[in-house]
Design a protein around this ligand. Structure first.
Ligand SMILES: [Ca+2]
Length: 322
């Protein structure tokens, strides 16, 4: 059989293979938990809980050599808002501090559940009884802090927000039994942004802005390492839920940040509360589309067009030969 005759057959077979292994087929699986490495893997994101602490290291599968982002829930500070501006700043008085990255504090485990809209959820729960160390005087207190992490195998609506399936980790931070040092004090959650870019540890360039999702105010911090087309995103609602006995109320969250070349920190301020406070950030990575991505994504169609052109040329050549 001549090359002219078998070429279209070969190319058609290649096209078939490419269509069969298209991205939707590769990414058909949902999230999986690996207890040994404290890592949850989904087609659009991998999240590792560094040292089994609330230090979220996350990247797009296969892209860990390019960009890995790290969100560290570093500490909770109890402070008196001296200048009454709602944010934590140098004018305020620190009353106590609780490190969230201390050793031997966190108990981490995962379960698989049926989520909304027929989804499957991997829920990773990290519970800790943390030391609350006063700035003045003796007596170390304790507080319960829990991070409940949700990832779904498809887009899921929760409380007016769509959690992106397979690529967004929704976090609930739950603080309870805080032994206050003042009846008017507030809490500040300190969150540090870091990363590894092309194998080197670095601080991402961070930008913060507000987005509106169905009349809700959401803060969004976009992290970018060097010239990456993969943007690390940290979002949180500007609202917390406080449960005091049977009562449930919602309060605004204030925040400020200090984004510099060598460190990037977000200061989230929670109001004074008795009982339980719940706040809900989330993390994901958004990949900005480049020309090569467009070509790779549309490879089967580009190949189809190429085959049609080749077949047309072959036919024209054959017709002319006759
Ligand atoms: Ca202040």
């Amino acid at each position: 059989m001549s090359l002219v005759k078998i070429l279209p057959i070969k190319l058609s077979a290649m096209l078939l293979v490419l269509l069969v292994i298209s991205p939707s087929t590769i990414f058909a699986e949902g999230p999986r938990w690996n207890a040994n490495t404290a890592t949850v893997e989904a087609p659009g994101i991998i999240v590792q809980f560094l040292e089994r602490k609330p230090q979220y290291k996350f990247w797009i599968p296969g892209e860990n050599g390019a960009a890995v982002y790290i969100v560290i829930f570093h500490k909770i500070v109890e402070f008196e808002d001296r200048n009454n501006d709602g944010i934590f700043d140098p004018q305020d008085t620190i009353l106590a501090e609780a490190e969230l990255t201390a050793h031997d504090v966190w108990n981490i485990y995962a379960e698989t559940l049926s989520g909304p809209n027929g989804s499957t959820e991997i829920r990773i729960i990290m519970k800790g009884l943390i030391d609350v160390i006063p700035k003045m005087g003796p007596g170390v207190g304790k507080a319960n802090v829990t991070f409940v992490n949700h990832i779904y195998d498809r887009d899921v609506e929760t409380d007016g927000y769509t959690v992106a399936g397979n690529r967004e980790l929704k976090i609930e931070i739950i603080i309870s039994d805080w032994l206050w040092h003042s009846d008017t004090a507030k809490l500040c959650l300190e969150v540090i942004f870091a990363g590894h870019f092309r194998g080197r540890r670095g601080t991402p360039h961070c930008e913060e802005h507000r987005i509106q999702v169905r009349n809700q105010n959401i803060r969004e911090i976009r992290m970018r390492g060097e010239d990456m087309n993969m943007v690390g995103v940290f979002r949180f609602r500007e609202r917390v839920c406080i449960r005091e006995g049977e009562q449930e109320r919602f309060c605004n969250v204030n925040c400020s940040h200090d984004f510099q070349a060598r460190n990037a920190i977000e200061y989230i301020v929670y109001p004074h509360f008795e009982g339980v406070l719940e706040h809900d950030p989330s993390i994901l990575i958004e990949k900005e589309t480049t020309l090569s991505d467009v070509i790779i994504e549309n490879a089967p169609y580009i190949l189809l067009v190429a085959i049609l052109v080749i077949v047309a040329v072959v036919i024209v050549v054959k017709v002319r030969k006759k």
